[in-house]
Design a protein. Structure first.
Length: 255
């Protein structure tokens, strides 16, 4: 089995931390990368603060195979991500000619164009991430991928990376639904987890049709092992007098 390939996601923006804007990028990135065999092991939401961005980028790029950032590459004064990435890599900022050419294709008064061209700033030595939406591109510095914060644009950028990144094994999930409280099977789950360290077992409570229950999710790369663990989990549920439902592999727990 190929070794795990790991990623960290950095969401940059004061508007996220203030609650004014709800982030949906992390979910999309984690799901997409997971399908590609890249596991998101860490994520942070940080402000538009130069010192914090630089320190964070230098910390996580050394710890994970890939780092993906969203936000802070627009045309306003608080869009400082490109400058911060350049400082993290100790290189100057340049105006990338391909991005500038794309921006100039939309005529605008001189002052507005000057603001738009701030989106052409990249660290020297960066390569570009295509933007199928037609707007300015993102960029890559070594293992750091810098993308837009607008979800639709970010998703377009990310889609262009499919097949271009190193990947490992794909993590699958096997879900069992049980109409019982977590505490009633906590000890049994702990024992199963101890016996099966190559998989992760999680319990997630829900309320469905006025009934309280728990989704028991087993995650790992070996689907046969997941099925075996699911059988043990179902036996544990039956042992407390409840009949579980086997939702199977990669099930939507809302089903």
């Amino acid at each position: 089995m190929n070794p795990a390939v790991t990623a960290c996601v950095i969401v940059i923006g004061n508007e996220i931390l203030s609650g004014r804007t709800q982030d949906i990028n992390l979910n999309h990135i984690a799901t997409t990368l997971g399908d590609w065999g890249i596991q998101v092991h860490h994520a942070r939401v940080i402000p538009d603060d130069e010192a914090i961005i630089v320190t964070t980028i230098n910390e996580v790029r050394a710890a994970y195979d890939y780092v993906f950032t969203t936000g802070g590459i627009g045309p306003t004064h608080d869009d400082i991500t490109a400058v911060c990435i350049a400082k993290a890599f100790a290189v100057p900022v340049i105006q990338h000619p391909e991005i500038a050419e794309r921006i100039r294709q939309r005529p605008a008064p001189e002052d507005i164009m000057a603001s738009r061209l701030l989106m052409a700033r990249v660290p020297e030595g960066a390569s570009l991430i295509e933007n199928p939406s037609g707007g300015p591109q993102g960029f890559v510095m070594e293992n750091v991928y810098v993308m837009a914060g607008i979800p639709r644009v970010m998703q377009d950028m990310l889609s262009t990376l499919e097949g271009k990144l190193r990947s490992g094994f794909v993590i699958r999930s096997h879900t069992v639904r049980a109409y019982t409280g977590e505490s009633s099977i906590a000890d049994a789950l702990a024992q199963i987890q101890q016996d099966q360290p190559d998989a992760d077992i999680g319990s997630y409570p829900f309320l469905r049709d006025d009934r309280y229950g728990t989704h028991l999710v087993i995650r790992g790369a070996d689907t046969e092992l997941l099925a075996q663990i699911a059988a043990r989990v179902m036996d544990a549920v039956r042992a407390i007098g409840e009949e579980p439902e086997d939702l199977g592999l990669d099930a939507d727990a809302k089903a």
